[in-house]
Design a binder for this molecule. Structure first.
Ligand code: ADP
Ligand code: MG
Length: 579
């Protein structure tokens, strides 16, 4: 074995760069954070070739003094904290002092700056870890950072970059996240010479509208709660839902985060007002004492840890639920859940008048003979031949199938049951590489963002394996040309979107391995009969027969039961019929 040696400084930075700057978008994120920390009121971003060729960020912030310029590229050099105490209360976005050093180790970087009050600007270059001298430069107050040829010296890492469109898509995402968090800062984004976005300074609501569109802005409700914590922002009404999680923005002390705890609290808040596979949209800002949250969990700082997770969960859940309950303006129809009203039980107070005084014995006598003559649905089938789940009688509220079997009443959640059947069948088909596909007579086209289009192109093989044929028909539109035959009735574009979302989030290979069951679950959910679809009695019976033949059909893939048995004895007890 070789002897133990200290690693060269540049190599250390390159290793660190793997965590901090894994793609152009993360470089952009670091540069934007530096500009935010500098107190800038105007920031311009220019990208070329998805940010791989160049990322340039220009701000009008505090600037860097001439003598500090070389330090900006030094590892662990920061102007933002000086002690552990500072770290515990950090409010700036940066503090680790490693972004510029990491970027400079894997790209050619130029930095020009003029600090407030200085009468001229200076520039410095860094390339592959070596830092050049400080030279005078024509530069207005503020800082301009230019990152060229990302990973020019680390080809292994460069290989991991995706298409230009994908990388740009990620950069655009970072830009939008940043823009949403600071509505008072004017921001612009250019790609390959074209202006992609330009936001003037304004208030939070205006920025949300500019960045996420008018439709969301019209639907959103204001969230505002003040206590030990403070939550503000906007929650999309349940009527405005998305097929993916791309419109979910949560910030903690101004920092965009992906936090399981907060995501869970939000899912809970929407649970009763959202259906199925749809995702809510929101832009929320949590303010919390910096000492009560640890942002130093990972270099990219999108992971955080709360000192008192339960309190945060409760607070957020409560605040968003309140916001959604329509405190702002009128309640949209979707919140008033007609189904819930349908289930309303007659007030208890009325019941005793009907119930207890009834002479139950006479009822028993009255029905005793009748019961013996009750026929199962298809006349002629003898009790012994009745299949386990019996025969369908009717559909309730377009949600449940009522069936009669030997024991009594069977209640089936038709969507959940169908979902389970499809899931098992899809699994079988994928395992035996026998996914039958069906060409769509009219391809389903839908609007897609650049990343989706690029994902569909890059992962055509994976999509084929899953029974899909998805083709780009423009840089912003995809067409679904074939779907698995089992899912022929599903909304093909919803299905394709869900699939692309998973591939984007987890990568094609994980989607087919460790994520496979979740993915098949999503597909099954889309393919299963929706609530409120009227089924005929033969259709219902067919579903019951399929259930009997499907493994584990007693539970849908979310673990909820798919059917219940209510025996005659159960029913008798309900009606207090002494037998
Ligand atoms: P950090 O942001 O964690 O301090 P960076 O490597 O990102 O570390 O930046 C190093 C230092 O360079 C910062 O602490 C700051 O003093 C200075 N700096 C970088 N970008 C800017 C900017 N746009 N405006 C002013 N100062 C900047
Ligand atoms: Mg920084």
């Amino acid at each position: 074995m070789s002897s133990i040696r200290l690693l060269p400084e540049t190599l250390i930075s390159q290793i660190a760069a793997g965590e901090v700057v894994d793609r152009p978008a993360s470089v952009l994120k670091e540069l934007l954070e530096n500009s935010f920390d500098s107190g800038a009121t105007e920031i311009g971003v220019t990208l070329s070739e998805g940010g791989v060729k160049q990322i340039r960020v220009v701000d009008n912030g505090s600037g860097i003094a001439r003598d500090d310029l070389p330090m900006a590229f030094a590892r662990h050099a920061t102007s933002k904290i000086a002690s552990l105490d500072d770290l515990e209360q950090v409010r700036s976005l940066g503090f680790r002092g490693e972004a510029l050093a990491s970027i400079a180790s894997v790209a050619r970087v130029g930095l020009a700056s003029r600090s407030a009050g200085a009468d001229r600007g200076f520039a410095i270059r860094a390339e592959g870890g070596s830092i050049g001298g400080v030279e005078p430069a024509a530069q207005p107050a503020g800082t301009a950072v230019e990152v060229d040829d990302l990973y020019y010296n680390t080809p292994a890492r460069r290989k991991f970059l995706k298409s230009e469109a994908t990388e740009f898509g990620h950069c655009e995402g970072v830009f939008t996240r940043a823009a949403l968090s600071r509505p008072e800062i004017a921001l612009s984004l250019k790609h390959n010479g074209r202006v992609v976005a330009r936001f003037g300074p304004g208030d939070a609501a205006k920025r949300v509208e500019a960045a996420l569109g008018e439709e969301f802005a019209r639907s959103m409700r204001t969230v505002s709660a003040n206590g030990v914590l403070k939550l503000s922002g906007f929650a999309g009404s349940p009527a405005y839902t998305r097929t993916n999680r791309d419109t979910q923005f949560v910030y903690v002390n101004g920092r965009f985060v992906r936090d399981k705890l907060l995501a869970h609290a939000l899912r809970e808040a929407y649970r009763d007002v959202l259906h199925g596979e749809r995702h809510p949209a929101y832009v929320l800002f949590l303010e919390i004492d910096p000492r009560a949250v640890d942002v130093n969990v990972h270099p990219a700082k999108t992971e955080i840890r709360f000192r008192d997770p339960r309190a945060v969960h409760q607070f957020v859940l409560h605040a968003v639920t309140k916001g959604l309950s329509g405190a702002a303006g009128e309640t949209p129809a979707a919140i008033a859940t007609p189904v819930a009203e349908g289930h309303a039980v007659t007030p208890r107070a009325v019941q005793p008048a009907l119930g207890l005084a009834q002479p139950t014995a006479s009822y028993t006598a009255l029905f005793a003979d009748l019961r013996a003559n009750l026929q199962p649905a298809p006349p002629g089938a003898s009790a012994a031949e009745t299949p386990p789940l019996g025969y369908a009688l009717a559909q309730l509220y377009g949600i449940y199938i009522l069936a009669q079997n030997r024991e009594g009443l069977v209640l089936v959640d038709m969507h959940a049951a169908h979902e389970r059947i499809l899931y098992e069948k899809l699994k079988g088909a994928l395992d035996s590489r026998a996914m039958n596909t069906q060409k769509l007579l009219i391809p389903a086209t839908f609007h897609a963002d650049r990343v989706d289009v690029a994902t569909a192109e890059e992962h055509g093989m994976t999509l084929n394996q899953l029974g899909f044929d998805v083709a780009a028909i423009s840089p912003f539109a995809l067409a679904v040309r074939a779907v698995p035959s089992m899912l022929a009735d599903a909304d093909a574009s919803l299905l394709a979107r869900a699939l692309l979302r998973d591939i984007r989030e987890y990568g094609a290979s994980r989607v087919l391995t460790e994520r496979r069951d979740e993915l098949l679950g999503t597909m099954a959910c889309h393919g299963a009969v929706r609530a409120h679809r009227a089924l005929t009695i033969p259709e219902m019976n067919a579903l019951l027969r399929e259930m009997e033949e499907t493994e584990r059909s007693g539970q849908c893939n979310h673990g909820r039961p798919t059917w219940f048995q209510m025996t005659l004895a159960d029913l008798d007890k309900l009606f207090m019929r002494g037998r």
